[in-house]
Design a protein around this ligand. Sequence first.
Ligand code: UT7
Length: 332
Amino acid sequence: MSKIHAAITAVNGYVPDYVLTNAELETMVDTSDEWITSRTGIKERRILKGEGLGTSDMAVHAVNGLLKKRGIDAKEIELIIFCTTTPDFTFPATANVLADKIGAINAWGYDLQAACSGFLFGLVTGASFVESGRHKKVLVVGGDKMSSIINYEDRTTCIIFGDGCGCALLEPNEEGLGVQDSILRTDGAGRNFLGMKGGGSVQPATHESIDAKLHYAHQEGPTVFKFAVTNMADVAAEIMERNNLTPNDVAWLVPHQANKRIIDATANRMGVTLDKVMINIERYGNTTNGTIPLCLWEWESRLKKGDNIVLAAFGGGFTWGSIYLKWAYDSN
Ligand code: UT7
């Protein structure tokens, strides 16, 4: 019997309407459009406004669109892996909330936390359930309402992050298409440089923790930048090498959108020209778990069956990784 591969068979995305521009940020903190653009490549990002709305509400839009596109009912979904750093609640899992909101009554699910590498970790985990034969329809969602943990008085973080959500459906493929290889890594020593100190079991919310602003994302930018450039480029190059892929063989690089300079360095290290790199950081900023599926969604119509695609990410805590997949369908 031939090996079952897990292939992406549909993608979709959603970004909220509100556009937070560099010009508006200039009125909030001491920054400039020139600084933000030259240091990060970001021009604007989306913000989810509205009382009582969380990450799952963006996912509802993304997933309902995906189901419609693929022509399947929510009841057919067997597993939901919700990759997020900003879950609706500490518990229950956002996957549960989403399943309820979309009517995925036959699915089980859980949240996966790997910061900006979450979607890659989720894709590999979801693929394993398909490859093993256990499930035939696995939904991997990546999304964050980063605005819920950003201090809009801190110019070093508030200019980078935005809100958004993307998703992909994994199904079995017997033509050898889909996920081919992956490299996933973690290094918990990185928790000191990018993370959130408050709100967990170590430091539950107290008046003091709120006053100390511990419930906001904390990042030591230059240190994270150094690790991100090296590690994201290394795993992307390593996955090419061990699969004998030359730059010509790679149709697309789909990098996590944290900083345009990190994307450039990764592409450069792989020898891939920028016309083959999915980049939308200028419009959405860093949506954490959302960046990679949002790229796949926006580029979907240009992807061809059999295209070799390399995904690469680096995130808080630290986490990083790369996936090599063969795209499984023509969308037109
Ligand atoms: O997605 C998860 C992984 N995260 C990342 O990969 C992010 C990695 N880090 C970065 O992308 C960059 O480090 C940042 C974009 C966060 C910062 O860029 P940088 O080039 O590393 O700047 P820096 O922090 O070294 O700051 C340079 C200068 C400093 O001023 P002095 O000390 O040289 O006078 C900062 O105070 O720029 C200043 N600065 C700003 N100026 C205007 C910092 N933030 C701002 C700002 N506007 N928003």
